[in-house]
Design a protein around this ligand. Structure first.
Ligand SMILES: Cc1cc2nc3c(=O)[nH]c(=O)nc-3n(C[C@H](O)[C@H](O)[C@H](O)COP(=O)(O)OP(=O)(O)OC[C@H]3O[C@@H](n4cnc5c(N)ncnc54)[C@H](O)[C@@H]3O)c2cc1C
Length: 380
């Protein structure tokens, strides 16, 4: 371990979560090194829906989001059973095209005082002790007082710490692309529950719609079918208005649902997807990561003793809520009977869905839901 340090905090991964954390720490006067193996712009398979709570974190950092498509809420549809519209009660969400959004955040981090951003540089190993960490990278070694792994759901930092665990069944995957849709009228996320898969749509520009398919391998594609054919067929099944529209190359992702055995110890912390990744159907990953970055940023800024314990305990409560919402979403999407009942019940009591969306983004406790809200979800 080097006797002198290059930084107070080294962050591996300059996705939205690592970049936001670097901005927070740099502004607080912490010498921060932000590494990413990629050079920006780089794309990332995602549903690209940022919830209002996540948008607020970025607005508080002075990141302007007003040019991004505003999202008023989420509509859930079951063909033949109808649809129900949930409203974001606490502000607007945003459609964030990751190719541009991640680049903007990474550049904002690179321009922050006290932040040294190194892109195109991969972390390849970590040593840690009670006094500091040493990160081996393709550009040389970095010594820092703290290390944050913000390196996504296949986190290598988690692997080097011995904390990584495999995905849990049911194994689900995504196919993601963008449709040309000049003049589209979408101002919200639309989730369509089809037999065997879900189709998640979000506006990402005035002439562009993201469409992500989520499901098991068998649900997404027939045996005889090419991936591109399956994607176009399923997207048009949910949105016939997109039949004939061109789309970009398709990206794949999955399997999901993974949680490391530990997210912090001593001087090493995981944040964002590196600290656990649930099913993307809930669309809360970036928001959850940004909220965690805010919390971790405060702990590291104040150099609280036992910061790792404090972070684990805060995150444990939050993780249990996210697991609850993830399981609820999978239960409803996996059973057409439950989904139909929920659509019927929530249509009669739409405020319940607004509240569920708040629980999902972390601004409301699940314990504040009333028996009437749960009854609506059960179709009563
Ligand atoms: C299909 C799908 C749909 C989704 N839909 C939504 C949605 O609608 N809304 C939402 O909020 N979230 C959604 N998510 C989740 C969202 O994509 C993630 O929660 C978010 O990207 C997490 O950000 P992050 O910064 O933690 O990690 P990432 O965005 O994954 O960034 C990690 C960074 O680490 C870098 N890195 C990795 N390893 C190394 C290394 N060894 N050295 C240096 N750099 C490294 C990578 O290059 C990358 O830039 C979805 C995810 C999927 C897969």
């Amino acid at each position: 371990m080097a006797a002198t340090t290059d930084a107070d905090v080294a962050i591996v991964g300059a996705g939205p979560v690592g970049s936001a954390l670097a901005i927070m720490l740099g502004r607080a006067g912490k010498r921060t090194i932000l590494l990413d193996r990629a050079r920006f712009p780089r794309d990332k398979a995602c549903g690209e829906g940022l919830m209002p709570a996540g948008a607020r974190v970025l607005e508080q950092l002075g990141i302007g989001l007003e040019t991004l498509p505003a999202l008023a809420g989420v509509t859930y549809r079951v063909p033949t059973a109808g649809s129900v519209q949930g409203r974001f009660a606490g502000g607007v969400g945003r459609g964030v095209r990751r190719l541009a959004f991640d680049e903007e955040l990474a550049n904002a981090a690179a321009l922050t005082p006290n932040v040294e951003a190194v892109f195109g540089c991969k972390a390849i190993g970590v040593e840690h002790s009670t006094v500091g960490v040493r990160v081996e990278t393709t550009g040389g070694a970095i010594a820092a007082r703290f290390l944050v792994g913000a390196d996504g759901y296949r986190s290598q930092v988690a692997g080097w710490m011995g904390w990584r665990r495999p995905s849990q069944p049911p194994y689900r995957y995504a196919l993601v692309g963008h449709f040309d849709a000049p003049g589209h009228r979408f101002d919200r996320i639309v989730v369509t529950l089809l037999d065997g898969c879900e189709v998640y749509l979000a506006p990402t520009g005035p002439a562009e719609l993201l469409v992500a398919l989520l499901g098991s391998k068998e649900g997404l594609r027939r045996e005889s079918e090419q991936v591109g054919e399956a994607y176009t067929r399923r997207a048009a099944e949910a949105h016939p208005e997109l039949a004939g529209c061109g789309h970009t190359a398709i990206q794949g992702a999955g399997p999901f649902w993974t949680r490391p055995s530990k997210i912090a110890e001593g001087r090493v912390f995981l944040v964002g997807d590196a600290a656990g990744f649930l099913d993307p159907l809930t669309g809360d990953g970036i928001t959850a990561g940004l909220l965690a970055a805010s919390h971790l940023g405060t702990l590291l800024r104040e150099e609280q003793p036992r910061a790792a314990d404090a972070y684990r305990s805060w995150d444990g409560r939050r993780w249990r809520r996210r697991v609850l919402m993830g399981r609820l979403a999978l239960t409803l999407s996996g059973s057409s009977g439950w989904a139909r009942r929920a659509i019927r019940g929530l249509a009669k009591h739409p405020a319940a869905l607004d509240r569920l969306l708040e629980v999902n983004e972390g601004t409301r406790s699940p314990f504040s839901l009333t028996p009437r809200d749960w009854a609506a979800l059960a179709g009563v």
